[in-house]
Structure formats: structure tokens, C-alpha cells
Design a protein around this ligand. Structure first.
Ligand code: SAH
Length: 361
């Protein structure tokens, strides 16, 4: 049986796994054991407290880790590692491992490509191919953990894809990754970033999760925001900002706004004033990020001195703002850049070189 025809266990919740094991004639405690192993990133042969025959049956019929590392690139500047992953159907996604004082953070993808069309973002240039399954998102983390041999304590859903456009699988992923029976990563150590899908924000609020919600705002007026993000036509600021307020009220958690600064587009003092007027009083936090210019995008980054001026203005206007440290700039660590490069190379490469690379894993 090829990997794609096998049953993927990593995406199943403990209860789903129990049902699956019951159907196999196995007791519930076996499902619990397998859940614990799977969420340590183990393969079936490593599951030493299972009978050999069961390990073999599982190996024949199921997949433990649906994601493998195709390539890793380490930044010489700051130790950030870009991971290019291959899925069982041959699709390629990417993740980034960032080392902070408080622990290792992995930035994970939630879709193959993205349908949102933000004009500055490499992930969306070729559209959305498919959603990732919960198990594939978990596997990104365990595969990274195995690759670096260090524990991952924090997760940001800020890689390729729009998490709220793949709501159910992302929720299942969160359930599994925070399960005390698995790796037990605290919900407070997880951030989810959205381009602003209002119905998704409302749905997420109902779950009352303790994660941090980041909203990619990037502009304080509809004309500018729509020019950067087509999603703003569907959910303009007069819908988005009240949804953010509702989210804070329902969950009791402050959200943070991402603001990628583009030279001459959203970085003037007038924009800082409009931004402050838009969100003042929410107690929300603004993360300023100089845009990472990607191929085929008309945007260039605001210079550092201007980012600092913009931050100071926001602070003076009563809005809390920080400048996000840019990690891995020497390794194309911005969303979707590496996958695009890989796709372009693959288009150019002959069949033979592609298969050599795949076999060399
Ligand atoms: N779809 C989600 C999460 C993925 S992108 C979202 O839109 O929030 C994570 C963050 O990186 C978003 O704020 C996104 O707008 C930003 N981003 C994407 N490409 C970028 C680039 N080239 N430079 C700076 N920020 C970028």
C-alpha cells in the first residue's frame, strides 16, 4: 500500500483513535498508548510497549508521520532554520524554526498555497492547492523537533495558508497538540494569525481558547488595505475591527495586530495617526514588521529609522507597538518564499535531477 492509501493516525483525536482501535478489535488503552507515541513523533517500530504483531499491522495500514524534511537551510545570522517539507502526495510546504530566549518556536503552514491573494505575500502567488490535515500540521512540528534534536515549546500558525480558511483541521490540530496525553504544548504558547476572515474570528471566539490571535491589519483605511489585501473587500475595517472587539470581549484575551510596513504605502505619519484612531482603547498590541520584498511584488520595505519613528508616534498616541525582529532574512524565511523557489527550480530541472534529489533524502 502506498503512503497515500494508508490511514493517517496523527490527525485523529484520542477519541477518534479509540474508535479506530475498537474497529481493529483492540482495547482502548492501546489507542491511548499509540496516541502518546504518535505525538512524540515516533514511528510504529519504536512503539516498544505494543505487541510486535500490532506494530506490523499498523505499519502496513497506517501512516505515523505524513511529513518528511526535503531540505533545511540554517541562517548564518541568527540560527533560524527554514524547513522545506514534503507531503505524501508530493506537495511541498515550509516551516521556520526560530530560537528565542524563551524557547524554540516553529512557524507552521496550514494549507498548501493560499487563496487570500495578499499582494505582498509569496505564499499566495500560485493560489491554494489544498488544505493541510490536522496530522500533517502536527507532523511539521514533530519532524522539526526530530531534525534539530531539541524540544519545541512555542508554535505560530503564520506559515503558508490562512488558518481560519481551514478551520476544522486547525481546531483538531490545536486539540491534539495541546493534549496532556501528547506533547502538551500550552495554548498560551500558540499564536494564530489571520488575514481577517470575520466569520472565522467569530467562530474562533466561541471556542474561548487561550491562544494569541494576531490579525494582519497592515493598513488603517479601506482604500489602502484593499489595495494590499483583497480580503478587505469582503471584510472591510468596519466589519473587522468590531469582530476583533467581540473576540476580546468573548475570550478575555487581547489580540495583536500585525502591520507590515511598505515604503510609501502605509508608513506615513498620517497612517500612524489613522491607525491609532482606529484601535485606540482596545489595549491591543501592534507588531511592526518591515515588509520582506518578494519576487513579483511592487512593494519595498520602509527603512528602519522610519519604522522606529512610526512606532514612537503610535506609542505617543497611546497605542502599544513593538518592532518585530526579522529573523532569517538571508534564507528567504518570509512566508512561502522558499516553496516558490523550489517550485520554480522544479519547473526548470529535468526529471532526473528532481528524482535524484528526492531519493537523496
Ligand atoms: N494567513 C495568515 C497567516 C500567514 S502570514 C495571515 O494573513 O495572517 C503571517 C504574517 O506574515 C501575516 O501578517 C502576513 O500578512 C505577513 N506577511 C506575508 N508575507 C509577508 C512579507 N513578504 N513581508 C512581511 N510580512 C509578510
Amino acid at each position: 500500500m502506498s503512503g497515500m492509501d494508508k490511514t493517517q493516525l496523527l490527525g485523529m483525536t484520542p477519541d477518534e483513535l479509540t474508535v479506530y482501535f475498537k474497529q481493529m478489535g483492540q482495547p482502548a488503552f492501546r489507542a491511548r498508548q499509540v496516541f502518546a507515541w504518535l505525538h512524540q513523533g515516533a514511528d510504529f517500530e519504536q512503539m516498544s510497549n505494543l505487541p510486535k504483531a500490532l506494530r506490523e499491522t499498523l505499519d502496513e495500514n497506517c501512516v505515523a508521520n505524513p511529513v518528511s524534511v526535503l531540505e533545511t537551510i540554517e541562517s548564518k545570522l541568527d540560527g533560524t532554520i527554514k524547513l522545506l517539507y514534503r507531503l505524501l502526495d508530493g506537495n511541498v510546504i515550509e516551516g521556520v524554526l526560530m530560537r528565542y530566549k524563551y524557547g524554540n518556536t516553529v512557524c507552521v503552514s496550514t494549507q498548501v498555497g493560499c487563496a487570500m491573494g495578499c499582494r505582498f505575500c509569496a505564499s499566495t502567488q500560485a493560489g491554494r492547492v489544498r488544505d493541510l490535515e490536522a496530522g500533517e500540521i502536527c507532523s511539521e512540528i514533530y519532524t522539526a523537533q526530530k531534525d534539530i534534536g531539541e524540544r519545541i515549546s512555542h508554535i505560530v500558525l503564520m506559515g503558508i495558508g490562512e488558518p481560519l480558511d481551514n478551520f476544522d483541521e486547525v481546531m483538531k490540530f490545536l486539540e491534539n497538540i495541546t493534549s496532556p496525553e501528547g506533547v502538551n504544548i500550552g495554548m498560551r504558547n500558540i499564536s494564530l494569525s489571520t488575514c481577517g476572515l470575520v466569520p472565522g474570528i467569530d467562530k474562533l471566539a466561541e471556542r474561548k481558547l487561550q491562544l494569541t490571535l494576531s490579525v494582519s491589519l497592515h493598513a488603517p483605511d479601506n482604500v489602502t488595505r484593499s489595495s494590499m489585501m483583497p480580503v478587505n473587500d469582503a471584510f472591510p475595517l468596519e466589519k473587522l475591527i468590531p469582530a476583533c472587539r467581540r473576540y476580546q470581549k468573548t475570550t478575555g484575551r487581547r489580540i495583536s495586530f500585525e502591520y507590515s510596513m511598505v515604503n510609501g504605502v502605509n508608513d506615513s505619519p498620517q497612517m500612524a495617526k489613522k491607525l491609532a484612531d482606529l484601535i485606540r482603547g482596545m489595549g491591543a498590541h501592534v507588531n511592526l514588521i518591515p515588509i520582506n520584498p518578494v519576487d513579483g511584488s511592487p512593494y519595498s520595505a520602509t527603512d528602519e529609522a522610519n519604522v522606529r519613528r512610526f512606532q514612537k508616534m503610535l506609542e505617543d498616541l497611546g497605542v502599544n507597538a513593538t518592532i518585530r525582529r526579522r529573523l532569517g532574512t538571508d534564507i528567504s524565511a518570509a512566508c512561502g518564499q522558499l516553496r516558490r523557489e523550489d517550485a520554480k527550480q522544479a519547473e526548470q530541472a529535468t526529471r532526473q535531477t528532481t528524482s535524484e534529489r528526492t531519493n537523496a533524502q
